[in-house]
Design a protein around this ligand. Sequence first.
Ligand SMILES: Nc1ncnc2c1ncn2[C@@H]1O[C@H](COP(=O)(O)OP(=O)(O)OP(=O)(O)O)[C@@H](O)[C@H]1O
Length: 340
Amino acid sequence: MTPVPALPPVIAAHDLTKTYTFHQQTAGLGGALKSLVKRKYETRLAVDRVTFDINRGEVVGLLGPNGAGKTTTLKMLSGLLYATGGELEVLGHTPSDRRHDYLRRIALVMGQKTMLWWDVPAMESLLLHKDMYGLSTAEFDRNVAELAELLEVEHLLNVQVRKTSLGERMKLELMAALVHGPEILFLDEPTIGLDVVAKARVRSFLADVNRLRGTTILITSHDMDDIEALCSRVMIIDHGRLQFDGGLDDLVRTAQPRKLVRATYATPVDGTRLAGLDGVTAVDVDGQTVKLEADRERAGVVMEQLTRLGPLVDLDVADADVEDIMRDLFLRRSTLGDAS
Ligand SMILES: Nc1ncnc2c1ncn2[C@@H]1O[C@H](COP(=O)(O)OP(=O)(O)OP(=O)(O)O)[C@@H](O)[C@H]1O
C-alpha cells in the first residue's frame, strides 16, 4: 500500500519574533511638548523565537500569564501585526501581506473588541460580511441558518446590538466571525466577562464548529475551564518564550503538581506538627480535619505522618486542578527568574 503523504501544517511558525518599538511620554502638557522635541524610543521583546506547527482541525490553547505575548502572537498569525523576525506561514500565506484570499480563510475574535455595529441589528453587520467576503446568497443563508441554530440566536439577529446582553453579543460576534466559513479561527479570550451559563454555551458551540466544520482553532484564555473543555493540546508562553507544547495530560505530568490531602480524625488533632515537614505547604487544621498540600514525591512520607497524628477515619488525596498547576508553574518561573 502506498503511504498517505502527511498533510502540511496549516500554521507553521519558525523562530517567530516580535519586538515593539515605542516612545515613553511623561504625563501632562510638558511631557507632550518634550516628546515632540526629543523622543526617547524603547523596545520590548514581546515574542521571542517561538516555533510551532499546527495541523488542520486541531484545537490548541495558547496559555500564559498577563503580558506573556499571547495576543501579540495571535495578531501576527492573523496578519494584524508583522513579525520582526522568523518565518511564518499560515495556509500557505504570509499573514502580514493581508491578501484578500488569506483573510477570506481566517477569522479573529477578540473578547474585548467588537466587530459588530453597535446601533444596528447584527444582521446588518452579517450582510456587510457577505459583501466583503463575496458570499453567494445561498451560502450566506445556509451559514446564517446553521450558526444561528447552533448558537440559539435566531431571535437576536434583528435586534439592535446595543440592546443585547454581553453573553448574547459574544454569540453574535462568533457568528459574524464564522459567517464566511473560515478554516482557522483565532480566539483571544472569547469567554471573558461571561457568566457560567454563557461560557458553557460558547464552549460547546466552539466544540461543535470544530467537529462539524473541521475548523482549526487557536484560543487564548485565562479560564482553564475553556482550555480543559476544548483543547487537547496546549502551548505555554511566558516572557515571549514558548515554554511548553504538548498534551494537557503531559503538562500535568511535567508540572508535577502537588497532591491535595484532606485527613479526618475521630478526635481533634495537633496538625501544626506537619507544618515543618519537608515538601508540605498550606496546612489548615480545623478540629478533627487537616488539609494540606504535599509535593508529589513527598506524598508517601506525608501520608505516613498523617496516620501517626491520631485515629484516622477518612483520607482524601487529589491532584491539583489545571488552574492551580498553571499558577504554580508561573509562580515558580517568576521566582526562579527573580532569583537569577
Ligand atoms: N503596541 C504595543 N507597544 C508596546 N508594547 C506592547 C504593545 N502591545 C503589547 N506590548 C507589550 O508586549 C508584551 C506582550 O503583550 P501581549 O498583549 O501580547 O500579552 P498577553 O500574553 O496577550 O497578555 P494578557 O494576558 O494580559 O492579554 C507585554 O509586555 C506588553 O506590554
